[in-house]
Design a protein around this ligand. Structure first.
Ligand SMILES: [Ca+2]
Ligand SMILES: [Ca+2]
Ligand SMILES: [Cu+2]
Length: 309
């Protein structure tokens, strides 16, 4: 893990998507965060020790999915499939497929495995899975403010975790998607799908893969907008959290599975012509039971540098 001293930073961005606004100052106390996303290998250790079964591996309760085709209510997860050519980018079904049997051990479904991906970030992780791993490890999940503060690496207000230029001197700094989504992956960064953690340069605080590779869970409920800037610079909120669905300003529908938490950092599926979310300010609300092939996590330990293990 890597320790970050507390500080005040400008959270959000005025230049991209509406949910990133407004830019507002926030203060966070020092904390330690996993230097890399949790890997398949690490997650396997947790499952071996505890017998934990992830959300994607459990049978689904039809009561939670009144509109669903019952034959689809089998354990599984969403897997990305490259389309043969350009498709309507408004319809995610053009590239997402619910695959029975897809889970962290079988990222593309039965027949696939992680044999050569033990050092890749674990995927197909729902919120509860991330939280359970964190509790087992004596850690917690980061708040959105902590995650974004870490991702900025001390470059307050910069577009990317490494500065304002996407590819400084032509070097790609994260595993994203180059080319036209979702059919043409030019692989300029060398990776289709996930990459071994630490394959790209760390940011200014020493963290790897915060940007791209896999999206990462935070413990905050998703809000369609950020809180306003404090009227007085002295009064920037300290360690802000959105700790209930009610306070997020979005009414959760019937069934708690509709609650959404903030995920950060973008993934190997973020492409310039579709989803410019490989930036610290970018955010998305993800249903807490959602587990996909581009979603993982990392943990934090709050308190003094010596706290925890
Ligand atoms: Ca890539
Ligand atoms: Ca990431
Ligand atoms: Cu994206």
């Amino acid at each position: 893990m890597t320790w970050i001293p507390g500080g005040t930073f400008r959270m959000g961005s005025a230049d991209f998507y509406p949910e990133e606004r407004p830019v507002h100052r926030v203060t966070v106390d020092g904390f330690r965060m996993d230097t890399r996303p949790v890997t398949v290998e690490e997650f396997r250790r947790f499952v071996k020790a505890t017998g934990y079964v992830t959300v994607a591996e459990r049978p689904l309760d039809p009561a939670d999915y009144p509109d669903a085709d019952p034959t689809l209510l089998v354990p599984g997860s969403l897997v990305f499939r490259r389309s043969a050519g350009p498709v309507d980018l408004r319809d995610y079904r053009n590239w997402w497929t619910y695959v029975p049997g897809a889970c962290w051990r079988h990222p593309e479904g039965p027949g696939s495995d992680c044999r050569r991906r033990e050092r890749h970030p674990v995927t197909h992780i729902a919120y509860e899975d991330a939280e359970s791993y964190a509790a087992w490890a004596g850690k917690e999940l980061p708040t959105e403010a902590e995650w974004e503060y870490a991702a900025r690496g001390g470059l307050d207000g910069a577009v990317y975790a490494w500065g304002d230029e996407f590819a400084p001197d032509g070097q790609l700094m994260a595993n994203t998607w180059q080319g036209h989504f979702p059919w043409q992956n030019l692989l300029t960064d060398g990776y289709e799908g996930t990459s071994p953690v630490g394959s790209f340069p760390p940011n200014g605080y020493g963290f790897y893969d915060l940007t791209g590779n896999v999206w990462e869970w935070t413990c905050d409920y998703f809000t369609p907008r950020h809180a306003a800037e404090a009227a007085d610079a002295c009064c920037a909120p300290r360690n802000p959290r959105v700790s209930s669905a009610e306070s997020s300003g979005i009414a959760a529908g019937p069934g708690s599975h509709l609650q959404r938490k903030v995920i950060k950092g973008g993934s190997h599926l973020c492409a310039p012509d579709y989803c410019l979310r490989y930036r610290p300010a970018a955010r998305q609300g993800e249903a807490i039971d959602s587990a996909t092939c581009h979603l993982g996590f990392r943990c934090v330990i709050r308190g003094s540098p010596a706290a925890g293990r």
